[in-house]
Design a binder for this molecule. Sequence first.
Ligand SMILES: [Zn+2]
Length: 302
Amino acid sequence: MERTSQNLLGRGRAALLPLLIFLAGSHLSAQKSLPSLEERIRILCADSLEGRRAGTVSERITVRLVAEWMTSAIQRPPIIDTFAFMDEDSLWRKSYNVYGILPGEVDSFIVLIAHYDHLGWGGIRSRSIGRHSVHPGADDNASGVSLIIEIAASLARNLRRNSYLFALISAHEPGLWGSQQAAKFLREKRYDKKTLAVVVLDMVGRMSPESSKLYIYHPPSHNIPCTMRSTSRQTLYSLTPKLEESDLRFSDCFAFVEMGLPCFLITTGYHDDYHRISDTPDKLNYEGIYRVFDYLRACYLE
Ligand SMILES: [Zn+2]
């Protein structure tokens, strides 16, 4: 491994040792206790996870953690998909996606996706210019990851018609590598033929209490389930869906749109703390995240 990351990894090992011991100890109890949505976000944003940068030791610890949560949520072990990506220093590194599969009554799939990686200690995508400090990425995207675990646990407890693939993906920040890998996985397993919709959750933690807006980006040709047009379901959630047509080139949807699959990017939108060290858990609107949950349950999940 190259010089820069050796330094980072060296520092990371010492800081992460207590967490490694904790995780080793928690393995057996993973089935019993799933931390709450709020706790999961706090854990993902802890200094000990060093901003969850793809290709680092911190990512490897994070992937183990989210895989344990997924196991606990759906009561079966997820698939870990290893792939290579090119980092901003033009070096190839290893990264990991986690796929939890939950069968339903029918073989049709709904795919839910959130990236768990973030910026680590900074780098060229950081907006905290000149600061070498842990970027917690609470909204981006601990919020989406924690919500997917919540959805998975809820669907696993209830009767469901469709089958689900929950993909917690990585190497998003260096260039949407994890979603390309997940799209490849769908093709290879032939799940793409059975996929009804792909729903990407990216930054769902900053709903404005005034407007309660939730942005749904979608390609022009795809129908949106359960929008303002379908009034009968509006009583089941209390937010304002805001539809935005887009080619989704900037998001994890793009790899799926290219495959011709209906894909929706769900987000509460950008804010001043985006890609800054100030994207911290205390700034999230947790009640808003639960509203997104209600909306998804009413409109996308059955
Ligand atoms: Zn980001």
